[in-house]
Design a protein around this ligand. Structure first.
Ligand SMILES: CC(C)(COP(=O)(O)OP(=O)(O)OC[C@H]1O[C@@H](n2cnc3c(N)ncnc32)[C@H](O)[C@@H]1OP(=O)(O)O)[C@@H](O)C(=O)NCCC(=O)NCCS
Length: 197
């Protein structure tokens, strides 16, 4: 935490309208509490939570609290969460977030998950490209960062394809689900190209 409260992450509250985004196949919109059942179904897949600090098969109250927190992140000014909809079907298929915004150095932390039925089509990369542009533009963030757990090769690849570089591994940085976990850190700064091979 910053020593000087003036540098803290508490102020200011965001007053601009929510930055909804669209891509060729996706609509990225604000979450509502009506999304809770579908988001709970998404987190019920073990293959969705296994490489994350989400608990496996979180109970309904935990999912409801997570959706409420995602909804509040933008107006409270400490993050932003987008519900990922497949545009043609208007189906909620995932989530992508700025899990935190650190105002002083203008840093944001990325997180996402997609319904397994939609994996392998380039959709997470498509969503992340839009969020990267919004984070550097609308939110004026300089650095974006994300961590993955060892073995989450698909997520590593999504980050690499979105211009994030692997910066190193913090050993046993996290403790959840009864074990310590190494975090593989990825980062990009505003002037980095978005697409990498
Ligand atoms: C990570 C996740 C979002 C990827 O979604 P997606 O829409 O399938 O991703 P994309 O199709 O945009 O890209 C996936 C890339 O990973 C590659 N990939 C997939 N599985 C892989 C594996 N096991 N090993 C290596 N590469 C893999 C794909 O081939 C593709 O790369 P390519 O375009 O070079 O071929 C999705 O798997 C997911 O929701 N996982 C569970 C939640 C999660 O782990 N979130 C991230 C926490 S850090």
């Amino acid at each position: 935490m910053p020593a000087d409260p003036a540098e803290s992450n508490v102020e200011p509250v965001e007053t601009r309208p929510f930055p909804a985004l669209s891509t060729p196949r996706l609509t990225l919109r604000a979450f509502t509490e009506a999304d809770t059942p579908v988001f709970s179904e998404l987190l019920a897949f073990y293959i969705v939570t296994r490489f994350s600090d989400w608990p496996d098969a979180p109970p309904p109250d935990r999912c409801a609290a997570a959706v409420k927190r995602m909804i509040s992140s933008y107006p409270e000014g400490w993050g932003c969460a987008w519900a990922i909809e497949e545009t043609t079907s208007a189906t909620l298929i995932g989530a992508i977030r700025l899990n935190y915004i650190i105002k002083g150095p203008r840093v944001g932390g990325i997180g996402y998950e997609l319904h397994p039925g939609f994996w392998g089509k380039g959709l997470a990369t498509e969503a992340l490209h839009a969020v990267v542009a919004c984070a550097h533009g609308f939110f004026e963030l300089n650095r974006l960062e994300a961590w993955t757990l060892p073995g989450n090769d698909a997520s590593d690849r999504v980050l690499a394809k979105s211009g994030f570089a692997h910066e190193g591994t913090m050993r046993q940085k996290g403790y959840f689900k009864g074990a310590f976990h190494d975090f593989r850190w990825f980062g990009r700064v505003k002037d980095d190209p978005v697409a990498r091979p």
